[in-house]
Write a protein that binds this ligand. Structure first.
Ligand code: NAP
Length: 339
């Protein structure tokens, strides 16, 4: 029996049609503890069979390793995929916990060449500014990114973790296809200004960490106790100590809704994110991350779940009760620039 592919959505007014759920590939090379390369490759294959066409990486995931790892899969299926990668963040040598942000033109030009080389392709379908350096006018950054479109190195432009005002300023320079930001039952600060701006401009929102980095799917309950040394989530305030216990209790209504649908917690978390498309009137294409074929099946199956108005009401208060910020350093989030 062949799989019925998931529905599609447009990646912004001028962007390509993609499966309405993408795949986050970061965990295949970095951030979330041990992984198995064979299983990750099987996950990529399974995702494609199920109609997932948007694949998300970044130059900093594993310091280039993730782009190199994905390259053979991308090349084997080039015409069926929309390949998204990002620039702006780097890890200084010998300082594994520090991040340097650069948005200037010389850096962007160097970064795109390095990504194209590692991916071993001619054109990146969607090129995101991963983080904003407020010292560089966003108009200058998008101007430099637009040069890459004119030169054929990049097809569409994206931004990550920007405010609504920043998106509007950027979009006036060159059309932005998509904004990638954290959006989930636990993280709704994009609703302050970004989502309204994206809806006005016809820009797609690509929610990252739609499963709350696994916490909403119940894959761990306390990062310090359940996850290995070096796992990024051990540094996130909401997943440790008393916050983790308090936040685990917030999953109760998710469990109630999951039982009603015969679904998993993660599927309800994804269905909620997907339903933001109707609530806010814009394309929403979440990119849950997984390294396991069975989970990509489970996650894509969530595209068929529609939550009732009563269920949405039950889930509504969760985000407002979450204990702890989403980053240890909130200057890393666009929220710090909302006024
Ligand atoms: N722009 C940005 O700044 C930014 C930041 C973070 C992430 N991202 C992108 O967004 C993607 C997704 O975000 P994310 O990986 O941080 O978080 P996520 O998608 O919310 O959660 C991923 C975690 O959940 C687990 N998981 C996935 N499906 C599951 C299921 N059905 N049941 C139980 N556990 C499940 C995964 O483990 P297994 O692998 O073991 O399944 C992984 O640990 C990343 O891969 C990356 O491409 C972007």
């Amino acid at each position: 029996m062949t799989d019925t592919p998931i529905p599609t959505a447009r990646l912004g007014a001028a962007g390509p049609e993609v499966g309405v759920q993408g795949l986050g590939c970061m965990g295949m090379s970095s951030s979330y503890g041990p992984r198995d390369a064979k299983e990750s490759l099987a996950t990529l294959d399974r995702a494609l069979e199920l109609g997932v066409t948007l694949y998300d990486t970044a130059d900093m995931y594993g310091e280039g390793e993730n782009e190199r790892f994905l390259s053979p899969f991308f090349k084997a299926h080039r015409d069926q995929l929309v390949i998204a990668t990002k620039f702006a963040l780097s890890i200084p040598p010998g300082e594994p916990t520090r991040r340097v942000i650069r948005n200037d033109r010389p850096y962007i030009r160097q970064a795109v060449e390095a990504s194209l080389r590692r991916l071993d392709i001619d054109t990146i379908d969607l090129y995101y500014m991963h983080r904003r350096d407020p010292a560089v006018p966003i108009e200058d950054t998008v101007g430099a990114m637009a040069e890459l479109v004119a030169e054929g190195k990049v097809k569409h432009l994206g931004l990550s973790e920007v405010t609504g005002a920043e998106l509007r300023a950027a979009h006036a320079v060159h059309p932005i296809a998509a904004v990638q930001s954290e959006w989930s039952l636990f993280s709704r600060d994009v609703e302050i200004s970004l989502v309204g701006a994206a809806a006005d401009l016809g820009v797609a929102v690509v929610p990252y960490s739609p499963l709350g980095r696994g916490f909403l799917a119940g894959s761990f309950a306390n990062a310090e106790q359940d996850l290995t040394e070096g796992d990024f989530r051990r540094n996130q305030p909401r997943f440790t100590g008393g916050n983790a216990a308090a936040n685990a209790s917030l999953l109760e209504p998710v469990r109630t809704v999951a039982e009603a649908h015969g679904a998993s917690l993660g599927q309800i978390a994804l269905a909620w994110v997907q339903q933001r498309a109707q609530v806010h009137g814009l394309p929403v294409i979440p990119i849950p991350g997984t390294t396991k074929p069975g989970r990509v099946e489970e996650n894509t199956a969530a595209t068929a779940i529609a939550l009732t108005a009563e269920e949405l009401t039950l889930l509504e208060p969760i985000a407002g009760k979450v204990a702890g910020d989403r980053y240890a350093d909130m200057s890393f989030a666009s929220t710090s620039r909302e006024n």
